[in-house]
Design a protein around this ligand. Structure first.
Ligand SMILES: Cc1cc2nc3c(=O)[nH]c(=O)nc-3n(C[C@H](O)[C@H](O)[C@H](O)COP(=O)(O)OP(=O)(O)OC[C@H]3O[C@@H](n4cnc5c(N)ncnc54)[C@H](O)[C@@H]3O)c2cc1C
Length: 389
């Protein structure tokens, strides 16, 4: 693996750095899980798009720069180091778009992709149900054929859908053939969140924000043109999303490089609190660098034509634990002051906000217990969960 950048890649990095320095909002935006924050983050997406930085690795016809994976990683590093806002479009651009490119029809591409890049169409992931999180194949929400209207009727309930309260559309799996086995007979649908028959109920999060939601479906009509992939093939389509989410696209190393840099800065200002702080700061820095190098390795392999397999689960466990450790160390350094939020707080209260969010890391995108099972079975070759050797 060659870590030297070409002159073009150096120039790309510099161009991104310069644009971000000129355009990133001076004051942090309110949380995107609050109504005002969601709006402000949507506006930021439009600014990014206008600058041509919304989706650097996408084809130019959909608002991208035709850039490669390496440029994408470079951009992410610059993005987070600049203190830019988190991406409220991430469900669309990171989770849905890769499978839309792979399984969507040309008509779906034209209808959806351009609007994901400027914040005008923000998506919610509607996978989890009250009885189906880790065991996603046990979903019960149904899709029934409506031949007269050329589409399907959705019924049931989804839960834990991030930002569904303010998002425009959702994507999720429904059981379209009740007689088929668990993984068969599922179909992947795209639907507007304000469709007739949909009720979105906010769930209050640990930090008091209410962007999280339950979604209820009561005979919601979805036309055939909003089925993604073939009817009955939803499991395969959905699993490509899961691979992307855990493997590479959801959490680029830039996020943790920036967090470990802020932690180091805080340590320089505050010094050691207790005996372990210096070690923890060093561990955080090493962890972020290790994740960066591992990602460069993954990118190299992908450029050689390989895909991200079960090692995506290793990434997921690693970044989620690294994030929690970084935020916890920052909070410990701040002591009681770290509990303050709002304008008088250090970094506007970012340490406590980011700590609370980091607690969710080992849960969303597939819990770490499940990821460890995948690592044990598919990478280490240990016996399947629940089965004797
Ligand atoms: C911040 C956040 C955002 C989220 N956003 C979304 C979203 O936008 N859209 C969406 O659809 N969902 C979302 N989720 C839901 C998330 O995907 C689920 O919470 C997750 O898949 C776990 O499912 P569950 O909550 O049903 O827990 P369960 O599956 O009931 O698991 C409970 C516990 O049992 C463990 N467990 C279960 N099975 C096994 C096993 N076989 N071996 C070992 N341990 C096991 C789990 O690891 C977990 O610790 C989000 C969750 C969080 C926290």
């Amino acid at each position: 693996m060659n870590l030297d950048l070409t002159p073009e890649q150096d120039a790309f990095r510099l161009e991104a750095r310069t644009w971000l320095a000129e355009n990133v909002p001076v004051s942090p935006l309110p949380s995107m899980d609050s109504e005002a924050g969601f709006r402000a983050h949507r506006e930021w997406e439009a600014t990014l798009h206008a600058g041509g930085w919304s989706v650097v690795s996408w084809p130019a016809e959909y608002g991208g720069r035709d850039a490669g994976l390496i440029e994408w990683v470079l951009f992410e590093e610059e993005y987070y180091l600049s203190g830019a806002p988190t991406r409220v479009s991430q469900n669309g651009i990171s989770l849905l778009a890769p499978i839309l490119f792979e399984y969507g029809t040309p008509e779906q591409h034209a209808r959806y992709l351009p609007h994901m890049t400027d914040g005008s169409l923000i998506w919610a992931q509607a996978w989890s149900e009250p009885g189906a999180g880790s065991d996603l194949a046990s979903i019960r929400s149904t899709a029934t054929r409506d031949n007269a209207r050329g589409g399907w009727l959705l019924n049931g309930q989804k839960t834990w859908s991030s930002r569904a309260v303010w998002a425009d559309r959702g994507f999720g799996l429904f059981r379209s053939d009740p007689s088929a086995s668990r993984h068969a007979g599922l179909t992947y649908f795209l639907f507007p969140l304000d469709a007739e028959g949909i009720t979105v109920r906010p769930i209050t999060q640990i930090d008091g924000d209410t962007g999280f939601a339950e979604i209820y479906f009561d005979d919601v009509f979805v036309p055939d043109s909003d089925v993604l992939g073939a009817p009955g093939d939803g499991w395969r389509v959905a699993m490509s999303t899961a691979g992307n989410e855990r493997g590479l696209s959801l959490r680029a190393p830039g996020r943790f490089l920036a967090a470990s840099a802020r932690l180091t800065e805080l340590f320089r200002e505050r010094g050691t609190v207790g005996t372990r702080t210096a070690d923890d700061v060093v561990d955080a820095w090493i962890g972020a660098q290790a994740y960066r190098l591992f990602t460069w390795g993954t990118v190299s392999r992908m450029l050689d034509g390989e895909s991200v397999g079960a090692e995506g689960s290793m990434n997921k466990v690693f970044w989620s634990e690294l994030d929690r450790d970084i935020q916890a160390t920052g909070l410990r350094m701040l002591g009681a002051e770290g509990e303050l939020r709002g304008s008088g707080a250090v970094d506007g209260g970012r340490w406590v906000d980011d700590y609370l969010f980091s607690l969710a890391g080992p849960i969303y995108a597939g819990t770490n217990e499940i990821q460890r099972n995948i690592i044990a079975e598919r990478i280490l070759g240990l016996p399947r969960d629940g089965k004797k050797a």
